[in-house]
Design a protein around this ligand. Sequence first.
Ligand code: C2E
Ligand code: CA
Ligand code: CA
Length: 582
Amino acid sequence: MPIDEANSRADQTVSWLDDAAWRLAAQAAPCGLFVCNPDGIFIFVNAVFEQLTGYSADQLIGELSFESLHEPQALMSRRLEIRRPAMTTQVDSAHPLTPVGPASGTDWTYLKSDGSHVPVKLTLNRLVDEKDNTRGYVGAVFDNAGSAHEHARPWQLFYRDTLTGLPGRAWMEERLELAIERAKASGEPVLLVLIELHDLRHVRDIGGEAAVRLVVEQAARYLRNCCTKGQTLGMLQDTRFAMVCTGQTHLDAETQAALLAAASRAVQYETNILHVKASVGASAFPAAGSDVPALLQRAVMALNAARQSGGNIARHFEFDMQMQSSRRRLLETYLGTAIDASQLTLVYQPQVNLQSGHIDFAEALLRWQHPVLGAVSPAEFIPLAEELGQIDALGAWVLDEACKQAARIATKFGKSPRIGINVSPLQLRNSEFFQMVESALKLRNLPPAYLEVEITEGVLLDDTELMLDTLKRLKALGVGIAIDDFGTGYSSFSYLTRLPVNHLKIDRSLVCAMEPGSDSEPVVSAIVAMAHALSMNVTAEGVETKYQADRLRELGCDNAQGYWFSRPLSAAAFENILTPLG
Ligand code: C2E
Ligand code: CA
Ligand code: CA
């Protein structure tokens, strides 16, 4: 670019800075850069300058002068070196600006925001017009404490993700900002896509951080292959990728599937196969917002919605999600105190033996009654507790409460139905789970045969040695093991044969589809037959009609649970219906 043209660009200081492309370039410089107004107040700082000084751009721009960062004593004695002449005349902005100052830097000491000192090399140029009026300052700052290589490190860290080599968060945010600026001019939309790996706890259990890194690295490799022209892939956080796509508002089904498959590919780690889940959330400019923070926030909402529906799914932002997200924040705030505030109770739903009419089993279901939120469904707060790492505390409370209640019934009537508690896969991955169950039984003096753990098929997918071992020890102790919601997921009997399971619960969706002439009956019948061949007890869940109850009895199903027989009951009501049996 000819020098005049360059200068006339620089003359329009404001538009120069407003141009997102130029800002991007200055931001990406591997040394500290700043621009000040004639009073020496910052009007632009780049990322390395923020890192060097410890101040954020917000704290610097419009707030501090570049002189205020200098160590005061040195500043007093050497002020002339950087002294700025007062601005006297109004300047015609058409005149070119000339940078004036030393070509090489001088050594100074900066006072960082935390009060510490950092030696720097500062090259400061005054921007003057033809009458030598100061129009501003441009400074380049190097950290003298480190080597040249280290100067580049903060830049690297900020702009590149060190593990995957992909652009980092700062870079991606600027890329998005630039895309939005361009879109404003061209009218073309921009789509922000977030791709997150989750449920990494078992990956960590198996191989620690090394295994997690391997999973993330592989996801980065495959995701990179998914990118086409106009799409930029980067890294926002440890396990969260971002893709900025220009010229589109939606991900088509094929791309959604490709991204999910790329991110959640199984990884071989030593002798283990690691499975991860991925979710995708997307928000588009201008529909979901007109700046980077809005688009990011809404893409995160879409991502959370995808995650909450079980993962391995993509969601686009919808305005309903905003409501859901404020509810979620409320739930997050209150959930942590639910146990201590005695807001939790267990209700018990009988599983009626279809031959004898006796209640051989009952399921304990958690209830949360909050003074402000009212009754919150476990389907809503259990996944949240899992995400927030509170499921172990909640699970421990459920375990103890169920043992206490079963022990009470056993003492009162001389026996108790076997009480099933729902156990989240995360709880089973806790190496102390067996110990917790054993202690709870001992504490409440409950024979193990009166307790059962209900696990979902999801657990079967990542059956680590630890989990298998826990289940085997529980069974050996005499605790029942039930597979919950059977028939919805992979429903593989080959998995079942490997697990020490003695009770199978057929999912409500199969049961409620049972009506005259429906084709779900042969499926239910086959499940019952196979379960019996494996010596398992079978319960059908969600039995709501007489027809279903009758057909299930004819098909040989052992027990039925559902509204046709009883809704979940309070502990007291549950005891009352057991009385005649006592
Ligand atoms: P789930 O284990 O499949 O529990 C059965 C759910 O079906 C219960 O909902 C129950 O009230 C409901 N249900 C029972 N009979 C019928 C029926 O005839 N028709 C219909 N439409 N529904 C019926 P609930 O209590 O809202 O629990 C929802 C889910 O929350 C449970 O599904 C379970 O996955 C989870 N959950 C409940 N309590 C706990 C707990 O203590 N710990 C854990 N980890 N999860 C729990
Ligand atoms: Ca259950
Ligand atoms: Ca169930």
